[in-house]
Unconditional design. Structure first.
Length: 462
């Protein structure tokens, strides 16, 4: 077996000391790292007291005046857990308002933020929109909604160029909050802790299991003492309260054991949620998300079990468990078929001759919902960046101007490639999209949209 040591073996170290120092933890910090406490959890005030006050004031005003609000559920496990935590928390304190005035929306696909819902939200004229785990850079949509009097609260961890002047943005990347390895669910939890501090309550502590799952699923670094402690504490058996997490733990206990670990959650819980987001129908997504909500999970619904009796009922959370298994199996089948098709393409087109594995496919050949998963697997297998891009032809209006006035409009067909791309740290390419963006030849690189003139660059130059 070929292998390469990260660092030379230090004979004075124990196995644990060798592993942890190899991963960047100082020898003198190991006792603390292995025994974190609540003292390692930061104060929510580090996000900035003013922005927290503004967000709390907007929320409390909406609730106190019985106004309507909506939560946009982001399309991944961190997004599901973030929104479920917020809705459960608000239901604990203001159940009547949540039932009568709070709506939530799930994306149809892998969209994020407001892009696909802004038109609907404008027509519905909500007084408040809350976006956990997304939305920091939706500047245009913030301005549109703000223009009709809608308040927007962002609870996010993604990087953005600036703080939107049209939204209340709580984001650890855009503030002095020291832990940049806190995902959307952690930011949401800290906001709820701040509300607790105003009300003299302690409801947020009931949702550490959702925090642990979201942090794990979003692959936040465990070098952060706060992140590590929140995951360890959240997966303590005494802190497993969420109906979805509890039931999927029990269903997979032969794999997860008597105590969920971050490793176990990463392999045997998070993939089920991600499969639902990527490959589930809208109805399946809604059932699984509802199973994370305390007010919905134990409702009795018509059974969908094979061989069920006419009119037989079951708890919604039980139905969600079966849906998770079915959708994950369906996704795996599609993924395997896709990999077989693309492996043949790699061989026949000699694509391994390139420094970047560039797979250009026609519409319908690759399910976009599994493109990212397959790109990850190919990146790991072939040890090089991987792009799986589908050809897209879109009509574009081109205007001819005279004296600054349009005199002629012509429709042309614009061809681009859209899909998924993965860097490869084994060859020193970690931020692949930044490299491509730096060429000046790409547009919308963050959304994996590639014009034709960059494709030779991708495959042959990097």
């Amino acid at each position: 077996m070929k292998y390469k040591l990260i660092k030379p073996v230090n004979e004075k170290y124990t196995a644990l000391e060798q592993v942890l120092t190899n991963r960047g933890i100082k020898l003198e910090d190991i006792p603390h790292y292995c025994n974190t406490t609540d003292e390692d959890i930061n104060s929510p005030l580090l996000f900035g007291e003013e922005v927290l006050k503004n967000a709390a004031a907007a929320l409390v005003k909406c609730i106190g005046s019985s106004l309507n609000a909506a939560v946009i559920v982001d399309a991944d496990c961190d997004g599901f857990t973030s929104s479920a935590l917020l809705i459960n928390y608000l239901y604990d304190i203001w159940p009547t308002w949540v039932i009568n005035h709070l709506t939530w929306y799930l994306h149809n696909g892998k969209q994020h933020g407001l892009s696909d819902y802004c038109d609907l939200l404008e027509k519905a004229h909500y007084d408040l929109i809350v976006i956990p785990d997304a939305g920091s850079n939706d500047y245009i949509y913030h301005e549109r909604l703000s223009a009709i009097g809608t308040k927007i609260i962002i609870l996010d961890h993604h990087e953005a160029d600036e703080i939107s002047p049209y939204a209340i943005v709580i984001n650890n990347q855009l503030s002095d909050y020291p832990n940049k390895q806190l995902s959307g669910v952690g930011v949401t939890w800290q906001f709820c802790r701040y509300i607790d501090s105003l009300l003299g309550k302690n409801y947020a502590e009931q949702y550490l299991d959702l925090v642990a799952l979201g942090l794990t699923a979003d692959m936040q670094s465990l070098l952060s003492l706060e992140t590590k402690h929140l995951i360890n504490k959240g997966f303590d058996p005494e802190n497993i309260h969420n109906p979805f997490i509890y039931h999927i733990w029990q269903k997979n206990q032969f794999k997860l054991g008597d105590h969920i670990t971050s490793w176990g959650a990463a392999f045997y819980i998070a993939p089920f949620v991600n499969a639902i987001v990527r490959s589930g129908t809208q109805e399946e997504k809604e059932i699984v998300f509802k199973s994370m909500l305390n007010k919905e999970a134990f409702q009795m619904v018509l059974s969908t079990k094979r061989g069920h009796l006419l009119g037989e009922q079951e708890q919604l959370v039980e139905q969600a468990m079966r849906i998770c298994t079915n959708v994950k199996n369906r996704q795996t089948r599609i993924q395997d078929e896709t990999m077989q098709f693309l492996e043949s393409k790699i061989e026949t087109e000699h694509l391994l001759d390139n420094k970047v594995l560039l797979l250009l496919v026609e519409p319908g050949q690759v399910d976009r919902n599994v493109a990212g998963l397959v790109a990850n697997k190919f990146m790991a297998k072939y040890q090089r960046p991987c792009c799986i891009l589908t050809k897209v032809e879109e009509p574009v209006e081109v205007k001819t101007y005279k004296d600054n006035y349009p005199v002629l409009a012509t429709m042309i067909t614009q061809i681009s490639y859209q899909g998924s791309a993965r860097g490869c740290d084994k060859v020193g390419v970690t931020e692949f999209k930044d490299i491509c963006a730096g060429t000046g030849l790409t547009m919308y690189t963050a959304g994996q949209r590639w014009p034709l003139n960059i494709l030779p660059f991708i495959s042959g130059v990097i």
